[in-house]
Design a protein around this ligand. Sequence first.
Ligand SMILES: [Zn+2]
Length: 388
Amino acid sequence: MASADEIQKQIEELQNKLDSLKKNARQKIDKMSSEVKDSNPYSRLMALQRMGIVKEYERIRTKSVAVVGVGGVGSVTADMLTRCGIGKLILFDYDKVELANMNRLFFTPDQAGLSKVDAAAKTLNFINPDVTILTNNYNITTVDSFTKFLDAIKTGGIDGQPVDLVLSCVDNFEARMAINAGCNELNLNWFESGVSENAVSGHIQFIKPGELACFGCAPPLVVAENIDEKTLKREGVCAASLPTTMGIVAGMLVQNTLKYLLNFGNVSNYLGYNALIDFFPRMDLRPNPQCDDSWCRQRQVEYQAKPKEEKETEVEEVQEVVHENNDWGIELISEDNNEEIKPNAPMASSGLKHAFEAPVASQQSNTIAPTVSDDVSLEELMEQMKSM
Ligand SMILES: [Zn+2]
């Protein structure tokens, strides 16, 4: 016997199908094809294989990601992952779409008054019917809902296993702490993201329980300014937001999600963004052995006990990017000068107000200088320049 919830879900699915038919939506596609033709929604993504960036793009269909918070960052994140053909998306939010959200991307004025997750699911289904989208319309910080949230991420994988990644796109401290507690307990990797209340800076932070600092070990620099977030929600007082900053942070978040899920490039452990000077600091944050979260301390012990080789293979997930056709012989040289900051080190614990003050030296060393390899003759080079 199907429960009322299941019947409700089936009705919603049928409704979505009906809406798609009305809007002349495309049919589902069984297998991603790399065939270059205008009617193939995946041709440009599959071309990442031909370009030597991703080994097996279609693996994205086996991945499941939870997006918690479907606001200015979360909705764009869900949109990007849907267009990239992610296997499954699980959305969490309890807010409604409002006209005051229209300075951001994704939602449209006709959706005002609808729940964010339902409105998002409709649009996302229409964009890409191949993606399974589940919606959860509740506040994860209440006791009952937190249990439901844990269950959803524990069994939300394509195969009933835990989700591959949790993305936090929430706007408040309590929700971040709830995600942190859940992911430490379930030993799930997740990304925290945030945009400052003055709308001109943001960050993403990768959290691997036991290996990298959790949100309780050291809250990220931008949100750690000791502002009582409740004061931001007072009547008539509201935080600023820009579609630009939110779009950039969502882009940073999804880019690193794709790198992590499809195993290419370097996943940033912490990436900041200061819009006023266009500065993007990167760093690593190691866990705090005295973290208040007992699961975090437990995960640190487990991580330390792992054999050295196992830790190294985890780091070596990154593959060398090989360009199959590098006709112009162009190389990118990156001098990675990541600073490692321990959360309990004095510079990180005292207020964290320094947020994005860029030391001049590290700014220079972080620049990526395109260089031309030596074995190209001058004539060839001239020829290449002409053809650009
Ligand atoms: Zn911790």
